[in-house]
Design a protein around this ligand. Structure first.
Ligand code: SF4
Ligand code: SF4
Length: 57
């Protein structure tokens, strides 16, 4: 399982929910996930109202 990042709207909602600092930002846009840190808790997926973070099995 992994999280695909698509068309982040830079709303900032996910910035504070990741407890392991695994979201990779370019400015205020999410451009990827650091899987050395990510524990797949999916908090970022749930908080993103723009469906920019997609769970892929
Ligand atoms: S799934 Fe959890 S650990 Fe991984 S980037 Fe999202 S909030 Fe962080
Ligand atoms: S919550 Fe979604 S749209 Fe907002 S910054 Fe995070 S990935 Fe981008």
């Amino acid at each position: 399982m992994y999280i695909a990042v698509t068309s982040c709207k830079a709303c900032g909602a996910c910035r504070d929910v990741c407890e392991v600092d695994a979201l990779i930002f370019q400015g205020s846009r999410v451009i990827g996930i650091d899987y050395d840190k990510c524990n797949l808790c999916l908090k970022c997926v749930k908080v993103c109202k723009n469906n920019s973070l997609i769970v892929v099995d």
